[in-house]
Write a protein that binds this ligand. Structure first.
Ligand code: DWN
Ligand code: SAH
Length: 408
């Protein structure tokens, strides 16, 4: 029995993924024998409704000077984050006299827009290699983990923030009360803290179980975020669904009563009730759907293997570490994974040890089927590869929300 990281209530496990490796821990052959594994289980809190990991590896094992995810590998995401800064610029009238903070700025994909607009800013990014790239784009970065202590230092060195941004980072941080205490200290009395993360409603509706991996400790909903904000004298006053990462939600938070409350919030809370996000049985049903995808995908890959087809994968994502390890996708079933990230190439995927190769190798390989591990970037990738796939007569294999073969 464990206690909820948010409200301390006893929580029960609803899904057990067994032993899982570090999702972004790509390994060399020499490292095969001493890979780190942890017991990955998810639980639902019946009181505050937060869905969460029971156990998470130490943060230094995941976020360090060899972090393997570089945000700017997707052109679509570059545009998405420029639009996020525009949205907040118009809400807060951001300019040369403002102060903006980004928590988890990675390679500067979002914060580079502050540089372009001349907005004084601070990027917080503990993974030194990606932070260095953000710096090379002119972003002012501190290579530390955001928490209450960092917020206290930031108000001494800078000033209170008119806007605090974070994308795909809040859901990574187990010490969430320290983060929210930090937000309370750092946010100007009229400021907005806007963050987005994969949305629990989409995860349940699409059975996108692969959003569950070591880095993702929380699976947020409007209900759980609103509960958390209230605990700190803050308020969730607006929300905006996003299509990114297979369905995300942007949450707008301010000091209590500082901003008008949008009807979007109450409508979403109603929708979440209808979807059953406040009931344990919803997550039991989710479990059964995961196991159906597992057996359908493994049956298909085994059949293609027996027929002598060449099957490869596209996108060595963090998500695919869960898919490959939980389903048992071996290098026999999938020969390699293509990925444009240099630090991943020449290494092997965590746990299952599928070789990671460059896009050039993929193009030269003439596959029959391509398993789209980076399914959240399907539009961008399928458009870019349409001509190649058609010429080759290759087909895509999709598995979210269900297993299907898709003609290019
Ligand atoms: O939350 C997180 C999100 C934002 O990013 C982090 N915890 C880690 C990471 O998750 P992920 O690895 O599942 O993210 P992506 O964006 O689905 O990863 C896509 C992968 O595919 C990257 O390694 C880059 C690669 N890629 C490619 O080879 N060709 C991507 C595109 C768009 C391409 O055209
Ligand atoms: N915002 C980017 C990066 C997401 S990946 C995007 O949306 O693409 C998650 C990032 O969070 C990593 O770069 C990791 O180093 C960073 N991170 C993890 N814990 C953090 C913390 N406590 N404070 C700030 N950043 C953190």
């Amino acid at each position: 029995m464990k206690n909820c990281l948010i409200c301390q209530t006893n929580i029960d496990v609803f899904m057990d993924f067994g032993q899982q490796p570090i999702a972004n821990g790509f390994v060399t052959k020499e490292q095969f024998d001493d890979e780190y594994f942890f017991h990955m289980q998810t639980a639902f809190c019946p009181k505050c409704t937060m869905v969460q990991l029971i156990e998470q590896p130490d943060r230094e094992k995941m976020f360090h000077e060899n972090y393997a995810f570089f945000s700017s590998t997707s052109n679509y995401m570059v545009k998405h984050f420029a639009a996020f800064v525009e949205d907040m610029t118009s809400r807060q009238n951001l300019g040369t006299n403002s102060f903006a903070v980004e928590i988890g700025c990675n390679d500067g994909i979002l914060s580079q827009n502050f540089v372009k607009a001349g907005i004084p800013h601070l990027g917080v990014e503990p993974s030194k290699n990606v932070a260095e790239i953000a710096r090379s784009k002119g972003v002012n970065v501190t290579t530390e983990f955001f928490d209450k202590a960092l917020a206290e230092t930031a108000i001494k060195n800078y000033k209170k923030a008119d806007a605090i941004f974070s994308a795909n980072v809040m859901c990574h941080i187990p010490y969430m009360h320290s983060v929210f205490e930090g937000i309370k200290i750092l946010l100007d009395e009229n400021g907005i803290f806007a963050f987005e993360d994969p949305y629990l409603g989409d995860i349940i509706q699409k059975t996108s179980f692969d959003q569950i991996y070591d880095e993702h400790v929380f699976f947020f909903s409007a209900h759980s975020v609103s509960y958390l904000a209230n605990m700190h004298g803050l308020e969730l006053f607006d929300i905006a669904p996003q299509i990114t990462h297979g369905g995300s939600m942007r949450y707008y938070i301010a000091h209590k009563d500082a901003k008008p409350l949008s009807q979007n919030v109450s409508k979403q809370l109603q929708f979440e009730k209808e979807l059953g996000l406040d009931e344990g049985k919803t997550f039991t049903a989710f479990n059964a759907k995961i196991d159906k995808i597992k057996s359908d995908l493994i049956t298909l890959l085994q059949k293609l293997h027996n027929e002598g087809k060449k099957v490869v994968a596209y996108g060595a994502t963090s998500k695919s570490t869960t898919t490959a390890n939980y389903f048992g996708i071996t290098p026999e079933l999938v020969q390699f994974v293509s990925d444009t990230t240099p630090i991943k190439q020449g290494k092997y995927t965590p746990g299952m040890h599928i070789p990671v190769v460059s896009h050039e190798t993929f193009v030269a390989s003439e596959p029959d089927y391509v398993l789209l591990f980076a399914w959240n970037h399907a539009k961008e990738i399928m458009e870019n590869e349409a001509a190649y796939m058609k010429n080759r007569g290759a087909k895509w294999i999709m598995y979210i929300p269900q297993v299907e073969i898709v003609e290019a």
